[in-house]
Design a protein around this ligand. Structure first.
Ligand SMILES: CC(=O)SCCNC(=O)CCNC(=O)[C@H](O)C(C)(C)COP(=O)(O)OP(=O)(O)OC[C@H]1O[C@@H](n2cnc3c(N)ncnc32)[C@H](O)[C@@H]1OP(=O)(O)O
Length: 409
């Protein structure tokens, strides 16, 4: 290979039949060893038709891909490019390859919305992505997590089950809960295969995943839980339980599932990633018994502003003209009238003067109801031209619960 500074990397598509070298380059970019076994479920999901990168003399020096998924938005769903596998080889960094990858991807994906997990929070804002999902990481000593005396645990029970039974029950339950879970992605059978693939190489140092279901008073399943413990532990106290999934139809089922985890014998500490508004801290007799820290966020990029805004419903009636700028250039921005409410919305380009000015990054941050536009206004990121318009738009965008993305991709 020639010296990197003497090369001109070329943007090329991943071959349709797949290419292990592409995935090896990705792992190299993340400074991870190639482990074909651990990566096999992810490799199966790779959509080669949506994968591309830069090559130098036939070798990959950058990678980029996305999956076609459906994203739950308040009151509906929208087809979404779930962006993934983004890397630039260390020898080729900071010469604009990521910028070229992003420009190509934003120009070619057909979906009106893109979504990604950012490895570092400072990377994607320049491409119009806004941090949209304020998740929490909760951790702390389980022995200090007594609930308030008046917490209703219902009259049900929690039963541990094997992975087959879990899957048969959870697939329809997850689908049923989705409508009320903005920020989540639907799961095809292939995504369930990957989510529940528990081969040891995918969980170094951790036990096999354990599964439990919550049964309500009648015996019907209305909640689920998945968790792990350390793989090699003494037969004594001091274990840490990691909650990998927990969701329920009712508050009582939700509370009882948490109680099940927090009361596991021999366990002394818990770790979990939860939605920013998970009620857990409020169930505790001592609300500060567990530490909550703001965790990584999924970032949203609106590509087709009218289609994206029409795909969701609004908490309150709203009729506002917004001028949206796009970092790609003035031809990608526009002024739109959003007339919406709890039954839906219509959005069209207008010539009238805007009530609110904002960037597509800020609109993406607020799109799922996870980031108040008024907060971004106070940060100087959104400008109100008509008094009251920003508050009205912010109230309409808010949802009954904060968004949370349950899938890491
Ligand atoms: C959805 C996902 O897959 S997230 C995973 C992202 N990938 C990784 O974190 C793997 C390790 N990192 C990398 O591979 C690379 O450093 C990348 C992909 C993050 C950046 O690639 P590069 O080709 O170096 O970026 P590029 O040269 O196009 O930089 C464009 C701009 O982004 C900035 N930038 C790049 N990386 C970062 C970063 N990690 N943090 C902050 N800013 C960054 C650059 O400074 C540059 O700014 P400028 O336009 O003001 O000059």
């Amino acid at each position: 290979m020639p010296a990197p500074h003497l090369t001109s990397p070329q943007l090329v598509a991943c071959p349709p039949e797949g290419d292990e070298a592409f995935l090896r380059a990705t792992m190299h970019g993340f400074h991870r060893d190639w482990d074909g076994d651990a990566l096999e479920p992810a490799v199966r999901l790779l959509d080669t038709g949506r994968s591309f990168g830069h090559q130098v003399e036939g070798g990959w020096v950058s990678t980029c891909s996305s999956y076609a998924r459906r994203l739950v938005v308040p009151g509906g769903t929208v087809s979404t490019a779930a962006v993934t596998w983004v890397t630039v080889s260390p020898s080729y960094r900071r010469r604009g390859l990521l910028t070229e990858l992003m420009a190509h991807q934003l120009a070619t994906v057909p979906e009106p919305v893109a979504l990604l997990w950012a490895s570092e929070a400072g990377i994607y804002g320049r491409y119009g992505y806004g941090a949209a999902v304020p998740s929490l990481r909760v951790s702390g000593p389980t022995r200090e997590t007594a609930f308030r005396a008046d917490v209703d645990l219902g009259g049900g029970s929690v039963e541990e089950v094997g992975s087959e039974e879990f899957r048969s029950v959870v697939v329809p339950l997850h689908a049923r809960l989705l409508a009320d879970r903005p920020g989540s992605l639907d799961r095809t059978a292939a995504w369930w295969d990957a989510a529940l693939d528990d081969r040891p190489s995918r969980r170094p140092g951790q036990s096999a995943q354990r599964y439990a279901l919550h049964h309500d008073e009648t015996g019907a399943v209305d909640g689920y839980l998945a968790f792990r413990l350390p793989a090699a532990a003494d037969f004594g106290p001091g274990l840490t339980v990691r909650v990998t999934a927990l969701d329920a139809v009712t508050p009582a089922a939700h509370a009882r599932l948490w109680r099940f985890v927090l009361d596991l014998d021999l366990v002394r500490t818990v770790e979990a990633a939860v939605a920013g508004d998970d009620p857990l801290p409020h169930l505790l007799a001592d609300p500060l018994a567990l530490t909550s820290t703001v965790s990584e966020s999924t970032h949203v990029r609106l590509l087709d502003v009218p289609a994206a805004l029409e795909a969701r419903r609004y908490a309150t009636d709203v009729d506002v003209v917004v001028a949206v700028t796009d970092p790609r250039g003035p031809e990608y921005g526009g002024t739109y009238r959003l007339a919406g409410g709890p039954d839906g919305a219509s959005v069209g380009r207008v010539e009238s003067s805007p009530d609110v000015h904002l960037g597509v990054r800020e609109l993406g941050a607020a799109y799922l109801g996870g980031t108040p536009l008024t907060t971004l206004g106070r940060a100087g990121l959104v400008q109100e031209r008509t008094p009251g318009a920003l508050g009205a738009l912010a109230r309409a965008l808010a949802g009954p619960r904060l968004p949370f993305c349950r899938d890491y991709f």
